[in-house]
Design a protein around this ligand. Sequence first.
Ligand code: NAP
Length: 289
Amino acid sequence: MTTPAALLESGRTLGVIGSGVMGQTLIKGLLEAGLVTRRQIWATAKTQESCDEVAETLGITAVRDYREAAATAGIILVCVKPAQIGAVSAVLRESSLRADVLMISILAGVSTERLESLLRPAENDGPRPVWVRAIPNTPCVVRQGMTAICGGSDATARHLALAERIFSSVGRCTVVEEHYCNAITALSGSGPAYMYLMMEALADAGVRVGLRRHVALELVAQTMLGSARMVLDTGRHPASLRDDVTTPAGCTIGGLLMLEDGKIRSVLARAVEEATRIVEQLGKAAKAG
Ligand SMILES: NC(=O)c1ccc[n+]([C@@H]2O[C@H](COP(=O)([O-])OP(=O)(O)OC[C@H]3O[C@@H](n4cnc5c(N)ncnc54)[C@H](OP(=O)(O)O)[C@@H]3O)[C@@H](O)[C@H]2O)c1
């Protein structure tokens, strides 16, 4: 068995700019997967209080002024809110970033074109950082996330492979073309919220037929988890797996027909369509702003 190459070249660090929910999740995933050591990683947040909390809970260096740290970075993960990217890029422009630093953004709706423009050299002809854009989701917290990544104009297969290793430490990761990003944000980025709504509704249904709520919720959550595993592990079409559960004249077909009467398929499709439309609008507003 060959040992995978180190994520970072010798002496380089991995920086995490913005160590809130997603930033901390990625730091934990990277540490637990052994992709970086605590000495190789640094983080930053807006306030000193947040930096102190991150340093204390994760046992890594967390500094408010990260200009010096940024100069040592081989990879920088940008995990601030989209509205904060202007302030971050102003600091990065003051830092002596290495020419071959890989920048990875998880900012919803911010294109690689926009990200590249933020750190473009004044003369527009010097080296500029390579960007990879990622769309993770919150189950990364329990290392069951789904992340899609795409490369900016200078990203190579090696850059994408590095990003893939990072996000695979907190779940599954797939490489896509950037024009799919809005649809992915609406489907798997927002997806956990749709699943929670369905779980809540099914738990209510369990209560309606006489189950205690905590029992109903456990039954529903594990059923959703198990069904997802069946799809991923067997590679079978969901319709074929559904057929296995649906016995002739049984109760399942009765329940399924009620769901079809309620137009569940088109309601779900319309929900994702609407979310995609809103992400597109947010992206346009961010570009104009
Ligand atoms: N949450 C999700 O479901 C999800 C899913 C996919 C992608 N995303 C993307 O992930 C990004 C982060 O989301 P989140 O939920 O992790 O946000 P969050 O919990 O609010 O964390 C934001 C972090 O950024 C820090 N920060 C703010 N301004 C900064 C600045 N100027 N310089 C350095 N750090 C700064 C904050 O520090 P303080 O604590 O000191 O304010 C905080 O640590 C967003 O762009 C979002 O689009 C989120």
